[in-house]
Design a protein around this ligand. Structure first.
Ligand SMILES: [Zn+2]
Length: 141
């Protein structure tokens, strides 16, 4: 079964937009450009059924696939679900992890300009404010 449990919300559309058939097959060690091309389609042996030669047709523009041997067909999510023996949701989660979709750290968040005040700075400000208030109270007393 799956080695990664789906632990929350996965943006299916973001995954499908980010991960092309070409990238997906690269992940499985297959370079689609090396296979027989007919227009936008590539013909290769199906990794899902290890079927007859070139039973799998992958359309690199429409981003879908179809196997004439095992009848599997669909998009990148369908392919991973079949290949990994998991659900579509788990497939989306796997792809999000493999290709770092959605949960990547934004580099600009780490620059000093955008750094929010840290706890010590906030504490110093609170202490200064408390001192001011204490002085006011003493003056009134
Ligand atoms: Zn197949």
């Amino acid at each position: 079964m799956s080695d990664q449990k789906p632990d929350g919300w996965v943006d299916f559309r973001a995954v499908k937009e980010a991960v092309t058939m070409r990238l997906l097959f690269e992940h499985y060690g297959l370079d689609l450009d090396k296979y027989k091309a007919i227009g936008d389609e590539r013909k290769l042996s199906c990794p899902l059924c290890d079927g007859k030669s070139r039973s799998l047709t992958v359309n690199i523009v429409k981003q879908n696939f179809q196997c004439f041997s095992c009848k599997a067909r669909g998009n990148v999510l369908d392919f991973v679900a079949k290949k990994e023996g998991c659900t579509i949701k788990e497939a989306a989660h796997k792809l999000a992890v493999w290709f770092k979709v959605g949960n990547t750290v934004e580099p600009h968040c780490l620059t000093p300009e955008n750094k929010s005040p840290d706890a010590l700075t906030i504490l110093a400000e609170i202490k200064a404010r408390v001192n001011q208030l204490e002085q006011l109270l003493q003056q009134k007393a």
